[in-house]
Design a protein around this ligand. Structure first.
Ligand code: HEM
Length: 147
């Protein structure tokens, strides 16, 4: 084979490699929703989280028992939507949902602590844990009324 042919073969090889790399590089990052394990995983975490909050003496403002199933569904939709999943949160905004309760900073921190513990129990990796907490943290201003 002439050297010109070789260069064609090498050129074609480089082209294939470039197309391969391009496809690999352009593969979209899975959403946080997918990395968390989708709706089944979120539903399981939210269920255990609500149980932890219910058993947490630091959290004075507890939902009425008959409100818990609805709250669970709303929280799943909220986390699902916020993490890039296909759900649509249909509940009230955070300010309206918690208005007048007088939720304290310490209570908010206790609830976040319960969530972190639940995520740890499910061995959710650090990166996903931090991304989820970063989505919830800005809600603090609308929820906490007492410093
Ligand atoms: C980032 C933190 C929080 C999120 C994402 C969150 C989310 C929600 C959602 C989605 C609802 C239901 C809204 C609706 O009924 O339309 C709700 C209700 C409620 N939240 Fe929170 N919440 C948070 C923090 C807290 C904290 C710290 C407390 C108390 C210490 C609390 C106490 C309650 C209670 C008692 C209800 C039930 C209200 C009712 O029965 O109508 N929440 N929350």
């Amino acid at each position: 084979m002439h050297s010109a042919s070789w260069s064609k073969v090498v050129g074609f090889g480089i082209l294939l490699a470039a197309v391969g790399c391009g496809r690999y590089a352009s593969k979209p990052e899975p959403s946080l929703y997918d990395r968390l394990g989708g709706k089944p995983a979120i539903t399981a975490v939210v269920g255990d989280f609500l149980q932890a909050v219910g058993n947490d003496g630091r959290v004075r403002h507890q939902p009425a028992a008959e409100r818990v199933p609805a709250l669970r569904g709303l929280l799943v939709d909220l986390v699902c939507q916020a993490s890039g999943g296909p759900c649509v949160y249909g509940g009230r905004d955070m300010k309206a949902a918690h208005a007048g309760m007088g939720i304290s900073q310490a209570e908010f921190e206790a609830v976040v602590d319960d969530l972190v513990k639940t995520l740890d129990q499910y061995k959710v990796p650090k990166r996903e844990k931090q991304e989820l907490l970063a989505l919830l943290a800005p809600m603090r201003n609308d929820i906490v009324e007492v410093q």
